[in-house]
Design a protein around this ligand. Structure first.
Ligand code: BGC
Length: 755
């Protein structure tokens, strides 16, 4: 018997139940007599929010490095860099005695209105999943656990504690679960945190199908499921549903209910034992590696700086950037002097130090004089005086740098954004400054997409600098002055208007439900299906150099199990070094079910000196070609041609290669009594069986239904093609020797006999 089983055998029912509920806001219960230690969990995800008093949830935390938030991390498309960030978080966790960091968040950005999008990576599940996996690998590689959150469909803050996300199975599998699936299978997080909301009517905290059948059984998740803070409503139901640890604790009444449920048999003790086993595995794992008591804050600051500079996306540049040789620079905007570097809520870090844009600009501006004007306040209020003052400063300078940050009333955990716009004061400010200063650069700090009408055309350049972390100010200066060549690419589409967004008519829901009516057409999948223009597409971002893609290669034929390797040469054709993100999308020529036009299936970031060429190879496995079939309830592939699209963004596709896939799957036939004639004909086994009968039916109906004198003027095949076989036969029952249902059943038997 191993150590854990041994312990479980020795534990009393009370001790086991106690372990399933936190001892405090941040700790688990210690069982001293058996040597079971308590572990400490802390937010997460882009820095440590460790509060000193374990009973407090919202107290100011001890200083820690504040890294850029997830939107910025994802825009780096640099998995190795995000892994390094995980390493650094682990070092800080060791130093602060934290065993598990509550992050990363792998929820999909369904609507840019979600107040918490700054903590999430992308609208695309592959990018989200890969980023989350990298952070987890970094953390756990150094012996600190991650908590992948919020599982699942926490895609809005509006009524997040109660709303039911109504999502069809295929959408759930291909979009909302997929990012979690990638991270769970690749990086094996120690813990997964369930979401507050309901999924299709049941709280995620007690969702057996989600937590047990999919996460634990199907994906092989071996860690424990922790509740989001306050997400449990019924501890017994949650235990049976697969929720291992309720947080925060203590919860004496719930503990009592748990003990009683086992005593009365309402809950099988085996279920409790399984939960205790999962908890103990992780508790003891967390004791295996003890890190240093200190870490190097300067090194972490430097890393935060590096991530910010790779995550900044240059959205527009009419040639003004990088800046050079200016003597007088107007620096305008509240956030140039009060950096906006993180969001509100549970991830709010107390930064070790905080760089200020004005200071960082001065360091790189040579002898240039920087003249500052505030422009707006952190409130959403009109103030013409501030605009007049900024205009004056801009007029006198050679270039105006406008630092624009969303106020916290416009984005945070806990509530959604009211719109996608800047404040009216900020819009007025940009327009007024641009009117007097042709060389205006807008530097945006926001956690998610914003709309840029009507001012985008009036400015020379735009930098999306996200919530950039404590060292973001220096990263902005680096990009503005060309010390760093921007290489970030959008991990989310920037739409032209809120009304264009996929979830628009199905958000925020009503009567307790939000219906994901757009299905898997999320983000670029939607805009492409609607052929709709956007402000800036998914995957987009400019550089100070240019890249040429050549010599693209894939095999002409492959099978789904072996997959495919895509390769392409990328050359830096400009004068400065730079990094490029090569993106591979897959387009299915034909499928039994609807598919998005193209989907991201692989990417790689490559660093190139001027004139240098590197070959980039990106493998594509089974899942790159498969889709989730709601009737087979599994991922399937189908024979056929696929386009492999290699590009620099979702809309800047440089090469398209066509290749043919053979599916190795032998799927059972889905034909049943309701199957239509077309479905019979499309199924090779069905087509063979139905052929003689179909010829007979067609002949009969041509006579009576066709367009001739005797008929009723129909296109026979168009009419009967979408009718179930038996229904068609019913109209001419006397022509058949047996009852039609019997004939259909016999034919179905023949089909299903073939397997
Ligand atoms: C948030 C979680 C967070 C937890 C603990 C919750 O309100 O949704 O993301 O980890 O609080 O602070």
């Amino acid at each position: 018997m191993n150590r854990i089983d041994n312990l479980i055998e020795q534990m009393t029912l009370e001790e086991k139940a106690a372990l399933c509920i936190g001892a405090s806001a941040w700790t688990t219960v210690e069982v001293e007599r058996l040597g079971i230690p308590s572990i400490w969990v802390s937010d997460g995800p882009h820095g440590l929010r460790k509060v000193e008093n374990e009973q407090e949830i919202t107290q100011k935390s001890v200083p820690a490095t504040c890294f850029p938030t997830a939107s910025c991390q994802a825009s780096t498309w640099n998995t190795a860099l995000i892994k390094k960030m995980g390493d650094a978080l682990a070092e800080e966790a060791h130093a602060l005695n934290v065993d598990v960091v509550l992050g990363p968040g792998a929820n999909i950005k369904r609507t840019p209105l979600c107040g918490r999008n700054f903590e999430y990576y992308s609208e695309d599940p592959v990018l989200s999943g890969e980023m989350a996996a990298s952070l987890i690998e970094g953390l756990q590689g150094k012996g600190v656990g991650a908590s992948l959150k919020h599982f699942v469909a926490n895609n809005q803050e509006y009524q997040r504690f109660s709303i039911s996300a109504e999502v069809d199975e295929r959408t759930l599998r291909e979009i909302y679960l997929r990012s979690f699936e990638i991270a769970v299978k690749k990086a094996k997080p120690w813990t997964v945190m369930c979401a507050y909301n309901k999924l299709n009517g049941d709280y995620c905290s007690e969702h057996h199908e989600l937590l047990v059948e999919i996460l634990k059984e199907e994906w092989g998740f071996e860690g424990f499921v922790v509740s989001d803070w306050g997400a449990v409503h019924d501890r017994v139901k949650a235990l049976r549903g697969g929720l291992d640890l309720e947080m925060p604790g203590p919860q004496p009444l719930r503990l009592k209910a748990l003990i009683q449920a086992v005593e009365t048999g309402e809950c099988d003790v085996k279920v409790l034992d399984e939960t205790v086993r999962r908890l103990l595995e992780i508790i003891f794992k967390s004791q295996e590696v003890s890190g240093n008591e200190t870490f190097d804050p300067d090194a972490h600051h430097k890393l935060a700086h590096e991530i910010a500079s790779e995550g900044i996306v240059l959205l527009k540049n009419d040639g003004l950037l990088p800046l050079k040789d200016q003597k007088q620079i107007a620096v305008i905007g509240h956030s140039a002097n009060e950096p906006y570097f993180q969001g509100g809520g549970s991830s709010h870090i107390n930064p070790i130090k905080l760089d200020n844009p004005l200071d960082e600009l001065q360091k790189l501006a040579g002898g240039a004089e920087l003249v500052f004007a505030q422009g707006y306040t952190d409130q959403d209020m009109l103030n013409q005086e501030l605009i007049d003052e900024a205009v004056k400063v801009a007029e006198d300078a050679e270039v105006a740098l406008l630092f624009i940050a969303l106020p916290s009333s416009k984005e945070s955990e806990g509530y959604d954004r009211p719109d996608l716009d800047l404040t009216q004061q900020q819009i007025n400010l940009i327009q007024a400054v641009a009117k007097v200063q042709a060389k205006t650069v807008v530097i945006l700090n926001s956690g998610s997409a914003i709309t840029m009408q009507p001012w985008l055309d009036q400015v020379s350049a735009v930098l999306q600098a996200w919530m950039m972390g404590q060292a973001g100010a220096g990263a902005i200066a680096d990009v503005l002055f060309g010390k760093v060549n921007p290489s970030g690419k959008l991990a989310e589409t920037f739409p032209l208007a809120l009304e264009d967004t996929p979830a628009h008519i199905n958000y925020p829901g009503e009567a307790g439900k939000v219906r994901y009516g757009e299905g898997f057409f999320v983000g670029y999948r939607y805009y492409e299906a609607k052929n709709m223009p956007v402000q800036f597409p998914f995957g987009y971002g400019l550089s100070y150099t240019s890249f040429e893609y050549s010599n693209p290669k894939v095999a002409g034929k492959f099978d789904d199990i072996d997959g495919l390797v895509v390769s392409v040469d990328v050359t830096n054709t400009g004068k400065v070094a730079g990094k490029e993100v090569v993106q591979v999308y897959v387009h299915d020529h034909q499928a039994t079910l609807t598919r998005p036009y193209k989907e991201l299936k692989g990417f790689a970031k490559v660093d190139l000196a001027p004139g240098e060429t590197k070959t980039v190879t990106i493998p594509l496995g089974f899942r790159a070609f498969a889709f989730f079939h709601p009737e087979h309830h599994t991922w399937i592939t189908e024979d056929g041609d696929f386009d492999i699209l290699i590009g620099a963004s979702s809309q800047d596709i440089r090469h398209v290669l066509t290749t043919t896939m053979t599916s190795t799957l032998k799927l059972p036939s889905l034909l049943d009594r309701e199957s239509t004639i077309k479905e019979w004909l499309l199924d090779p086994r069905g087509a063979a069986v139905i052929k003689p009968l179909f010829d007979q039916i067609q002949a009969q109906f041509a006579e009576t239904m066709g367009g001739g004198e005797e008929g009723i003027g129909l296109d026979v095949l168009a009419m009967i093609g979408d009718m179930p076989l038996a229904s068609v036969m019913m109209w001419n029952q006397s022509a058949f020797p047996k009852p039609v249902d019997q004939i259909v059943d016999e034919m179905l038997e023949q089909v299903h006999k073939q397997g």
